[in-house]
Design a binder for this molecule. Structure first.
Ligand code: SAH
Length: 456
């Protein structure tokens, strides 16, 4: 039987949900014992060093590649795989898309009672590099910004991340220069001491406007004026903020943002509409692919001019406003107040009159809708929840309102499939008409899916 530090020859035959290579090991004692191998590509023949053995599986690392997979490529980033940001830097893009399709198929097969749901191929991302319009970099104790190693809170200092927008690099380096020049300290998660926690940058893809937000464990920073002078000189910067986060928590942003310089929000264009984005509001990170998703939803959801549509988890109102001209009215619901304020501003900015937004938890959907002066049963509900999915209360509320159509956009096919199974638990209520994955996050293990459902 396998034990730690054994080196065994294995052929990688599959990919796990986390993007690890999967191989099967056999000897006199075991047949087909599963071994998960970091950074292995399907088709690799390797010497694998076993690093951990559990009762049903083992984990290993590549000791030596005996014969590389046909799909294996040299990583385009020198920090891979030390930096945990990317999973698929060493395989061809078609392989990554195939893996993502399999992930979605597997999620639905396990969780959905009608097991024969096969998704389409993922829609490729228009850009494979520099597509991220937002980054959050933690500061290491030696005052370098970076990203966390995989499954860890160890910071790997990174320069020129190839996924981030090209305008971010000078701002990151300037901020480090400021921190070093004025001897500011880095926040230490273990002790809760130190001032600077993260640098959070966001760029409006179409207009080039950049918001810089320094997350601090304190009320203020010394030499604030020098900071704004240095950073406002960087290309694209139109807003500078401090975000106050004095909690000992993994949550990156605190509730308070202090404007230091420039405009309150940045403004982007999506699907021909203008969107204002405040620092605490959610905004999709890959703008061209987001446009593809919103257009796809608008054109294929079968919405009509008579429809009342709820945009649940609406953020700054992007989806609802992008479909507003095709329907009778839109009701957006979102928990972050700053985002709801943006949604109202955005409706006004685009002269959209048939959209309203409410600050509330999705779980309170029924109460919100029933409390409106003109209660109308929604014809369609669009949901776009965070990774953890909808949860029981929201599912009960959707069943209670019983829209004819449900459009479920998700960044986690596992919870999406689970939720759809839950919607149908008591009795078959919603059938899946179509599942379309979109590759919103190239090189990472994440995949976005749009699922159209309709009442049986
Ligand atoms: N549809 C938007 C936002 C999707 S992200 C877009 O495409 O940009 C998910 C959103 O759900 C975030 O804005 C988040 O603040 C919000 N959210 C998270 N939990 C929520 C809850 N329980 N109730 C309502 N909104 C929630």
């Amino acid at each position: 039987m396998l034990k730690k530090n054994d080196v065994v020859e294995l052929t990688v035959t599959d990919m796990s949900f986390e993007g690890m290579g999967v191989a099967r090991y056999s000897d006199e004692d075991v047949k087909g014992f599963v071994v998960f191998i970091h950074n292995a590509v399907v088709g690799d023949l390797i010497d694998c060093r076993i690093v951990k053995v559990l009762s049903k599986m083992a984990y290993g690392i590549i000791e030596n590649i005996l014969s590389p997979a046909e799909d294996r490529i040299a990583p385009t980033c020198g920090y891979f795989p030390k930096c945990g940001g990317c999973t698929h830097m060493n395989a061809r893009y078609e392989t990554e898309l195939r893996y993502k399709k399999n992930c979605v198929a597997a999620a639905f097969k396990n969780n959905y009672p009608d097991a024969e749901v096969i998704p389409e191929n993922p829609v490729p991302s228009p850009a494979l590099q520099q597509y991220r319009n937002k980054i959050i970099c933690p500061l290491s104790q030696d005052l370098k910004f970076g990203f966390f190693a995989r499954h860890s809170h160890r910071i790997v200092p990174v320069e020129n991340c190839c996924l981030q927008d090209e305008d971010f690099e000078p701002i990151i380096r300037k901020t480090e220069e400021f921190i070093r020049t004025y001897s500011l300290t880095a926040y230490d998660e273990k002790t809760g001491r130190g001032l600077i926690r993260n640098l959070y940058l966001r760029k409006a893809h179409a207009t080039g406007e950049i918001m810089v937000c320094l997350v601090i464990n304190g009320k203020n920073i010394p030499h604030k004026e020098q900071f704004t002078t240095m950073i406002s000189a960087c290309k694209g910067v139109t807003s500078i903020y401090l975000n106050i986060n004095r909690e000992m928590t993994n949550v990156v942003l605190g509730k308070t943002c202090v404007p230091l310089w420039g405009k309150e929000s940045i403004t982007d264009l999506l699907c021909g509409l203008k969107f204002r984005i405040a620092p605490l509001s959610f905004y999709q990170i890959n703008s061209p692919q987001t446009e593809n998703i919103y257009r796809f939803v608008a054109e294929n959801a079968g919405l009509t001019k008579d429809d009342t549509v709820i945009d649940l988890y609406c953020g700054i109102g992007t989806i609802g406003l992008c479909i507003a001209d095709r329907v009778k009215n839109v009701l957006g619901i979102e928990v972050i107040e700053q985002a709801v304020n943006n949604a109202y501003e955005n409706a006004e900015l685009n002269k959209i009159k048939n959209a309203e937004f409410y600050p509330a938890k999705a779980e309170k959907l029924t109460e919100v809708i029933r409390s409106l002066p003109k209660f109308r049963t929604p014809d369609a509900i669009i949901v776009d929840p965070p990774r953890k999915g909808l949860g029981e209360k929201t599912i009960a509320a959707i069943l209670d309102l019983a829209p004819k159509k449900l459009i479920y956009i998700s960044c986690n096919p596992a919870t999406q499939a689970r939720d759809i199974a839950m919607l149908n638990k008591e009795k078959p209520t919603y059938k899946i008409d179509r599942i379309t994955p979109f590759d919103m996050f190239p090189r990472t293990g994440h995949v976005e899916t749009v699922c159209f459902l309709s009442q049986y």
